[in-house]
Design a protein around this ligand. Structure first.
Ligand code: GDG
Length: 472
């Protein structure tokens, strides 16, 4: 029987050390939900880091057994590996480069060496799980070398790779000292997926300019093996967000918030702390709205949820200071006794509270500088049972390719952003409903389950075609 092995840097379960005991907590990510039904199916397994540094062999054995009972196989990483492979090469070299922030990128040989070693460690962990007939699906930028490593060990294996972040223009890729190795690493897969056709085109251009390999009809010939490249825009578990927003708990929370806010109108912003998300620009634009349209003072508040992330990396700590200062300054300038312009939360919230914020908000501001897809935009849409509400969406988020009924803006143009907020606040209801209904139909249809199915079917088809050609 053929099984599916999913591989990502993090497992869908986080192991947390507290006092004397270990707790196993499901992670909230979209990937975990989307692939949840698959990895738990008979014989399948998810390989990844459980987010914990084990202290001894006994603990390692215990964690392994617990996770195995739930179809997961842990790869244990050391603190040095997390520092050099994860915070180093993954988050200080690849993440800024792929999001067009080369000014933040570092190029350290030790980080690269750790990246190679950890990808090799993942390779061994996968090989210990996978049989020759199995399908291996590798995820994201932390594991770009893994497909080729697996291919060398198992030339016949069925390997898929999906990149969750943007693939940038060749001009960015060419800066990387290890560009050829990284591209060859990805080409070990049979099928390589991106969120958009734009990212796919950038990848093909880099492969052609760096490796001299050209694509014909979305297919690259690599050492007599055809590698298929395609766009698969990722969706969400629509029903989960629609249900959460319609739940009694979310309705209760919303009522409490409305009362506490004295019924002012709400603009919402939700992101991980990241310089790619355009949080500071969004704050400046909100300030401009209050400056240019004084009629909105005391009428509108921005609720801004920033989820702590990667605080060991210097730029993230700096960004946190910048956001704290901006919020402080804007609130100090405009607040009144009865009204706070920006309600800023630096923490994560449980799903039902998140859902009540999606319910509460009339406008969602999703304005990243660069974003592979952005699932928050889709979750806001799924939560609007009354079809009202306006999404303001950056043209540089992958989601903008699909959600063309949003107000699409250039996130660096804070004048345009302030105007879009005003436009959203005065938009007639019929117009809102028309746009929202169109977006809901799309997000409901192209959900995370259809995304998974489409990718795996395409992978199976690609492999079948390769085999047919080989035997002809
Ligand atoms: C990467 C790519 C791509 C946020 N705050 C809370 C919370 N969240 C959840 C959201 C959403 C998820 O986190 C964030 O997903 P995004 O897609 O917006 O962004 P990244 O984390 O950067 O993800 C991105 C994605 O991969 C998938 O391919 O779209 O472009 O960068 O689901 O709801 N969840 C809870 N509490 C919070 O406070 N429960």
């Amino acid at each position: 029987m053929s099984r599916t092995i999913i591989v990502s840097n993090r497992l869908p379960t986080k192991v947390i050390r507290s006092e004397e005991s270990l707790t196993f907590q499901p992670s909230e990510g979209g990937l975990a939900t989307g692939l949840g039904s698959i990895y738990r199916a008979e014989g399948n397994v998810w390989v990844g880091w459980p987010g914990l540094f084990v202290t001894d062999e006994e603990e390692e054995k215990y964690v392994t057994e617990e996770l195995q009972a739930d179809s997961m196989s842990p790869v244990f990483l050391t603190e040095a590996e997390i520092r050099d492979f994860y915070e180093g090469f993954s988050n200080s070299t690849l993440w800024p480069t792929f999001h067009y922030f080369t000014q933040f990128a570092t190029y350290e040989q030790t980080h690269w060496d750790a990246y190679v070693a950890v990808n090799q460690k993942f390779c061994e962990a996968v090989l210990a799980q996978a049989g020759p007939e199995d399908t291996i699906w590798v995820h994201d930028y932390q594991l770009l070398l893994l497909p080729e490593m697996l291919r060398k060990a198992r030339p016949e294996a069925t390997i898929g790779f999906f990149l969750h972040i943007p693939f940038p223009s060749y001009e960015l890729i060419r800066v990387l000292p290890w560009r050829a190795e990284l591209l060859r690493g990805m080409l070990g897969a049979d099928l390589i997926g991106f969120h958009t056709f734009g990212y796919m085109r950038h990848f093909l251009s880099s492969v052609s300019q760096v490796l001299g390999l050209s694509a014909v009809n979305g297919q690259i010939e690599v050492a007599h093996r055809a590698v298929r490249v395609d766009a698969f825009p990722m969706g969400i578990d629509y029903q989960r967000y629609a249900d959460a927003a319609a739940s009694e708990a979310a309705i209760q929370h919303e009522a409490t918030y409305r009362q506490a806010l004295h019924n002012v109108r709400v603009i919402l912003s939700i992101d991980r702390l990241d310089y790619t998300k355009g949080i500071a620009q969004r704050l400046r634009a909100f300030e401009l709205l209050l400056q240019n349209y004084p009629e909105w003072r005391e009428q509108v508040s921005l609720i801004m949820l920033v989820v702590p992330s990667r605080d060991q990396v210097a730029q993230y700590a700096d960004l946190k200071v910048e956001i704290d200062e901006l919020v402080g300054r804007i609130n100090a300038s405009y607040r009144t006794i009865a009204w706070t312009p920006i309600h800023y939360f630096y923490r994560s919230l449980p799903l039902e509270e998140l859902a009540s914020l999606y319910r509460l908000a009339e406008v969602a501001l999703v304005t990243p500088m660069r974003d592979g897809m952005n699932l928050v935009a889709k979750e806001f849409v799924a939560s609007k049972a009354d079809h009202k509400g306006v999404l303001i969406l950056s043209e540089r988020a992958g989601a903008a390719r699909e959600l063309s009924d949003a107000l699409i803006i250039n996130p660096t143009d804070i004048n345009q952003l302030a105007e879009a907020m005003h436009e959203a606040l005065v938009m007639p209801e019929e117009d809102q409903i028309q746009r929202m209904t169109a977006m809901q139909a799309l997000v409901q249809r192209y959900n995370v389950f259809s995304w998974t199915k489409l990718f795996l079917n395409q992978l199976a088809y690609t492999k079948m075609k390769q085999q047919t050609l080989a035997t002809e």
